[in-house]
Ligand binder design. Structure first.
Ligand code: NAD
Length: 240
């Protein structure tokens, strides 16, 4: 039977690569996001369903589940670098509402229609597993995602559903581009140098590709991963 897959934040970066990998594998893919043009570009004639939704909005998320999904990838997330002392309450709330509450709303709405073999997959981060300077709000949200995943995993295990997180290091996407731009301004360095600063902790010594993250997501969605539950799968070249 063709698997029905939902990917949030499907208009760019990791979400785009994940959606395309599932489409390539013959799945029936729905992507959601806030920009129709970006979603259409991800689809690029692959036959995906594009839905508009802000993952921090309870009603908009609920509306995505008018039909059930077998695999739900909570990918949408956001965050900006700032010292704790420079983190405004508005920035804190914005990061948590998308990056953590968005995953909660997505998984909660997904579960009633999800049967045996169902897969809940969150895109966490190495910041789910370790803190770092200038990322307090983001790391708090991503640690929260992992706490949510580990708890939901316990609740759904008997139903034959799994709940896991993929935790990448720096991935070559618009989010990493924005992080590099921040370093270029702060340290007066060029783009290549800024990127090298981002992946300095990665023993392989390069950015991770969105397709490499997608491979991990597809593994967790596979039948063979039925006994992998409540797991944080680092895709970090050995950084963690
Ligand atoms: P990205 O900025 O390209 O993608 C994020 C996507 O989420 C965008 O399409 C954006 O429009 C969407 N989005 C943001 N807020 C939303 C909202 N409120 N409702 C719906 N969609 C929303 O960056 P990315 O790197 O592809 O990030 C995808 C996920 O991977 C995020 O959760 C991010 O935290 C995580 N991640 C990224 C990296 C990295 O280095 N790029 C590393 C670890 C984890």
């Amino acid at each position: 039977m063709v698997r029905r897959v939902l990917v949030t934040g499907g208009g760019s970066g990791i979400g785009r690569a994940v959606a395309r990998a599932f489409a390539e594998a013959g799945c029936d893919v729905t992507i959601c996001g806030r920009q129709p043009e970006a979603l259409a570009e991800t689809d690029g004639g692959r036959g995906m369903t594009c839905r508009l939704a802000d993952v921090s909005d309870e009603a908009q998320v609920a509306a995505l589940f008018d039909a059930p999904f077998d695999v739900v990838v909570a990918n949408a997330g956001t965050g900006t670098a700032a010292k704790l002392s420079d983190t405004t309450l508005a920035a804190w709330n914005q990061t948590l509402s998308v990056t953590l509450t968005g995953v909660f709303l997505t998984f909660r709405a997904a579960l009633p229609g999800m049967g045996k073999g169902g897969r809940l997959i969150a895109i966490g981060s190495t910041a789910s597993l370790q803190g770092g300077a200038n990322i307090a709000a983001y790391a708090a949200a991503k640690h929260g995602v992992l706490g949510l995943v580990r708890s939901v995993a316990q609740e759904v295990a008997k139903k034959g559903i799994t709940c896991n997180a993929v935790c990448p290091g720096f991935v070559d996407t618009p989010m990493a581009e924005r992080a590099a731009e921040g370093l270029m301004k702060r340290f007066g360095v060029g783009q290549k140098e800024a990127e090298a600063m981002l992946y300095a902790g990665n023993p392989v010594g390069r950015m991770i590709t969105a397709e490499e993250v997608a491979s991990a997501v597809l593994y967790l969605a596979s039948e063979g991963a039925a006994m992998v539950n409540g797991h944080a799968l680092a895709v970090s070249g050995g950084e963690l």
